[in-house]
Every structure is written in structure tokens, then in C-alpha cells.
Write a protein that binds this ligand. Structure first.
Ligand SMILES: Nc1ncnc2c1ncn2[C@@H]1O[C@H](COP(=O)(O)OP(=O)(O)OP(=O)(O)O)[C@@H](O)[C@H]1O
Length: 306
């Protein structure tokens, strides 16, 4: 295994009953990298994360996490990985400090680890506050504290910011970036596009299959999509006209604009020009967004399933 990779797994496969929910997924994450794990609901992200943490047996495939074999060295992986589950929970009637002391006990850590972690995450002044009375952002900070207290080298964060307000999400990401700069590796699943754009590299999975990976500009470029923006007074009509026209794969209102996206640029441009003419709107080429790419990939993956 190349030493610089914190995660290197190939062909991970898992079925529940007769349903294959992770289908030969291969992932590579470099040390110190923030890797995004994106994909529609139920596409297999959590299952993949749990296999890589040594929490779930793989049906097939192999690989190493922090140099440990995922099939046979689960306990070593668990010691060196911090896993923040999707619906993390605390004892609501215990304080921040008491909750962390409980987690410290599980890892065999002492009071110093709790004190250091409180200080490290800016929780010292709130340490006596009950976990149940914390806002979403502080709860999530407590969850992060609980999963980094044993000083893991790799964090696996499963939708860590779901339902948290934008300011708290930004603070969370600043925190993650600082830690990555200090050498921590992070794999983070998210449905938020702004968070995907904050990752060094992203991996997109749909219906159990890894569909694309790379930096955000690489993923957008590799998708090979073209986008036109329509501006004008009769966009609802333009939207109706464009649906199902040659070259038009997606039509989506963005505020007062209409975005029209497709793979075949020549056909797309002809359809857009025609709709613009019919509705007195103005059309111009625009950058394709990551969200447009994901929606396209999701639709295509769905079509391949049928
Ligand atoms: N223990 C289990 N037994 C049976 N089916 C399961 C089990 N765990 C997950 N699944 C199914 O496997 C599929 C993949 O689920 P998974 O939670 O890995 O997806 P996900 O990409 O993390 O989704 P989300 O974005 O909604 O969190 C889903 O259809 C889910 O219902």
C-alpha cells in the first residue's frame, strides 16, 4: 500500500438480503486530505463507512485503513479512527463535561483528556451546560469533541452538519480544515453542495456504485455538461417549452433565472435559442454547477438501474 493513503479499499461489496447496497466500491483518500462522500439517500455511504471502520463485515473486496486490513484488523482501526455517526446522541441530562467523561471512560482515557478536549474545542466555559439544552451547532461541536478525544488519525463523519445553521456549519468546516492542515485525514458524507465544494476531493456514489471522483473542477469537467441561463419575463412558459426538447436534460429555476442543462451542446443550444425566441428571453452560456452535475449523474444512474 502506498504510505500516503489513509484509506485504500478496492471493490467493497455488501448486500442486505438480496439487495446489493454497496457494489464494488473502490476509494482512495490521501493522508491529510478532506474527502467528500456524496450521493443520494440510501446510496450506500453509511454502509461503506461502517465497513471501512471495521464495524461491518464486507461480503467482498479488501483494503486498508491507516495501514490496517479492514477484514481482520477492525479493533486497531477503531482505536485510530473517530467515527461521528449520522444521528449522534448524548445523555441529554448530563453536562458536556460529564458526557465527555463517559466517552473518555470507554477509551480508557483520564480527566486530562477531557480537559484538553474541552479547551481544544472551545467548550471549557460551557462545560457544565446540559447536553440537552445545547443548540444544534454546540451539540455537533460536542459530538466532534467526543470523536476526537482519543486523538484519531482519521475522522469518518457521516452527515455531521445535517440541520445545523450556516454559521455553525462554517465554523465546523473551519475546524475541520485546521485539523486537516495539521495532518488529520477526514472522510465526510454530506448532502450540502457548499460543503462538497470545501472538500479537497469528492467521491460520488449512486445506488451502491462509485460514479465519479476527483476535485470539484475535475468532476464538473468530466461530467461533460453544458449550461445555458435564460433571463426574461416569461420563464415559466420557457420552462414548459424546454421540457423534453432535444439536448435538454434538466430545466431548473434559480431565483429569477432559468438554468438549462444538457450533454449534447449543439442540440441544447438549438432548443434554448428556440425557447428564448418564443418567450422574448435572453440566453447565454454559463458555468455548470456541482449540483447540476450530481442531479444529472443521479438521473443517469437511475436509468441504468431500470
Ligand atoms: N442493517 C441493514 N439491514 C438492511 N438494510 C440496510 C441496513 N443498513 C442499510 N440498509 C439499506 O442499505 C441501503 C444503503 O443505506 P445507507 O445508509 O448505507 O445509505 P446512505 O447513502 O448512507 O443514505 P443516507 O444519505 O440516507 O444516509 C438503504 O437502502 C438502506 O435501507
Amino acid at each position: 500500500m502506498a504510505e500516503e493513503n489513509a484509506i485504500e479499499v478496492t471493490n467493497l461489496t455488501k448486500s442486505f438480503g438480496d439487495k446489493m447496497v454497496v457494489d464494488h466500491v473502490s476509494l482512495e483518500v490521501k493522508r491529510g486530505e478532506i474527502a467528500g462522500f456524496l450521493g443520494p439517500n440510501g446510496s450506500g455511504k453509511t454502509t461503506t463507512i461502517r465497513m471501512m471502520c471495521g464495524l461491518l463485515r464486507v461480503d467482498d473486496g479488501e483494503g486498508r485503513v491507516l495501514g490496517h486490513d479492514i477484514r481482520h484488523e477492525g479493533p486497531a482501526i477503531k482505536r485510530e479512527v473517530g467515527y461521528m455517526t449520522q444521528r449522534f446522541s448524548f445523555y441529554e441530562d448530563l453536562s458536556i463535561e460529564e458526557n465527555l467523561a463517559f466517552v473518555a471512560g470507554i477509551y480508557g482515557l483520564g480527566r486530562k483528556a477531557v480537559r484538553d478536549t474541552l479547551a481544544d474545542l472551545g467548550l471549557t466555559s460551557r462545560r457544565r451546560q446540559l447536553a440537552g439544552s445545547l443548540s444544534g451547532g454546540w451539540k455537533q461541536r460536542l459530538a466532534l469533541a467526543a470523536c476526537i478525544m482519543h486523538r484519531p488519525q482519521l475522522l469518518m463523519l457521516d452527515e455531521p452538519t445535517a440541520g445545523v445553521d450556516p454559521k455553525a456549519r462554517r465554523e465546523f468546516w473551519d475546524e475541520i480544515h485546521q485539523r486537516a492542515a495539521d495532518g488529520l485525514t477526514v472522510l465526510v458524507s454530506t448532502h450540502y453542495m457548499d460543503e462538497a465544494e470545501r472538500c479537497h476531493r469528492i467521491n460520488y456514489i449512486a445506488y451502491g456504485k462509485l460514479i465519479t471522483r476527483g476535485t470539484v473542477p475535475e468532476v464538473v469537467r468530466d461530467a461533460g455538461l453544458s449550461t445555458f441561463v435564460l433571463k426574461g419575463p416569461r420563464l415559466a412558459e420557457a420552462q414548459r417549452l424546454l421540457r423534453g426538447k432535444p439536448g435538454v436534460d434538466q430545466v431548473a429555476p434559480y431565483g429569477v433565472d432559468l438554468h438549462v442543462i444538457g450533454r449534447n451542446r449543439v442540440e441544447l443550444e438549438a432548443s434554448v435559442t428556440e425557447a428564448a425566441h418564443a418567450t422574448g428571453s435572453e440566453a447565454c452560456p454559463a458555468e455548470t454547477s456541482l449540483e447540476d452535475v450530481f442531479i444529472q449523474l443521479m438521473g443517469e444512474a437511475q436509468d441504468n438501474m431500470e
